[in-house]
Write a protein that binds this ligand. Structure first.
Ligand code: GLA
Length: 388
């Protein structure tokens, strides 16, 4: 892989100078969905699939970008002096946004670079290919230009660029999971304080299977920002009657007590999801600590039901995938993962049932939806790294 990328880089940009190779993972969230902008907890992990980057510093101000995933776009050029979000800049708006965000943090990038990327995260799958590119870019800037910045800050910078350069009001989960990833561990993160713990994931005799609906979605044009503002309004209404900072501050009982302050039935359901999902995440992590994988699975299933009925971010593709998964013997838990509206589901499946799972769910999905799903048995990997 690395050799192929290096060859392509040299062919496009020349072989001279100090050429370096990097990697940043994608992520999957096990539970705690749409809680990260509600002051709640999340439980994601980094994957061993992700984005590779080959980079070299330039002496001038020019930025040259090339992606082996979008070869038809050719080399896209820009300059460190002209960092604007532009439609024509396509995927390069992500690295450009990070370079811009470094500047906002008093780390102005003065020189350009040549950057070639290749990602093996299915594009648009909800496994955070964009956050992976953001964290990768930050890591490359740090290494190439010698900035003193922690991985946690790389996550915050990535999120800042996504919010303020690319216009998606995402929370911190994706960039954090990627920047702070640790092999064989999930990250139990409190998004209100950024306190986190690594939890070992030992699924004796079971695998994490990601099922991709192949329904493409873009966060920008999805209802993501709308859900976020519905929750903000609901929070403001509850704050009229009780002093809380976020929906994540509420227990289920407190929510039942105060929910009548929310003046709209839809918003009640949105807020209910945020509160209950946060509590489910706490329970799920506790279940895992007690090695009660079955309870963990039940909480995953309940998470999907809540995302389907109360938060309404699933849709027929994700629902079909999950509901078919629930029918397969040996499935411990299954739910949509990420923003929703398409993308992937995550399932914990007993090893001996994985093949049946792929066949049965794959067939039922194709029969109902009309096109095929893809399945990936994944491993939990480390955060960003320089490979060469
Ligand atoms: C997207 C966002 C995250 C998070 C999830 C939903 O992946 O980027 O911040 O809100 O959706 O849990």
């Amino acid at each position: 892989m690395q050799t192929k990328l290096m060859e392509k880089f040299k062919e496009l940009f020349g072989a001279e100078g100090d050429i370096r190779v990097y990697f940043a993972p994608g992520r999957v969230n096990l539970i705690g969905e749409h809680t990260d902008y509600n002051g709640g907890h999340v439980f994601p992990c980094a994957l061993t699939i992700g984005t590779y980057g080959v980079a070299r510093k330039r002496e001038d101000k020019t930025l040259r970008f090339y992606s082996m995933n979008f070869e038809h776009l050719g080399v896209l050029e820009s300059s460190v002096e002209d960092l604007k979000q532009e439609k024509e800049a396509d995927w390069t708006n992500y690295p450009k946004g990070v370079i811009w965000a470094f500047g906002q943090r008093e780390m102005k990038v003065e020189q350009g670079m040549d950057l070639l990327l290749f990602g093996n995260i299915p594009n648009g799958s909800g496994l955070s290919s964009s956050a992976s590119v953001e964290v990768l870019t930050g890591y490359i800037l740090k290494d190439l230009f010698g900035f003193d910045v922690s991985n946690q800050d790389l996550a915050l910078i990535g999120q800042y660029s996504e919010n303020n350069f690319n216009g998606v009001n995402c929370g911190i989960m994706d960039q954090f999971a990627i920047a702070m990833g640790k092999a064989d561990h999930a990250i139990f993160l409190d998004t209100a304080t950024l306190r986190y713990e690594y939890a070992p994931i030992k699924l004796t005799g079971a695998k994490i299977v990601i099922s991709c609906t192949n329904k493409k979605r873009g966060l920008g044009d999805s209802k993501y920002n709308e859900r976020r503002s519905e929750c903000e309004t609901a929070l403001a209404e509850i704050q009229e009657v009780v002093g809380i900072n976020s929906l994540g501050d509420l227990s289920e009982e407190q929510f039942e007590q105060y929910q009548s302050a929310i003046k709209d039935e839809t918003r009640i359901r949105r807020a209910k999801h945020a509160v209950y999902e946060n509590q489910r995440t706490l329970k799920a992590v506790e279940a895992l600590q007690k090695q009660d994988v079955n309870l963990f699975g039940e909480l995953m299933n309940a998470s999907h039901v809540s995302l389907r009925d109360d938060y309404e971010v699933t849709g027929v593709e994700l629902d079909t995938m999950v509901e078919e998964a629930w029918k397969v013997e040996g499935v411990i838990g299954s739910r949509m993962t990420g923003a929703g509206f398409g993308g992937c589901t995550v399932s914990i499946v007993k090893e001996e049932a994985v093949e049946t799972f792929k066949e049965q769910v794959g067939k039922a999905y194709k029969d109902k939806i009309g096109y095929a799903a893809d399945f990936y048995v994944v491993d939990i990997g480390d955060g960003p790294a320089r490979l060469a």
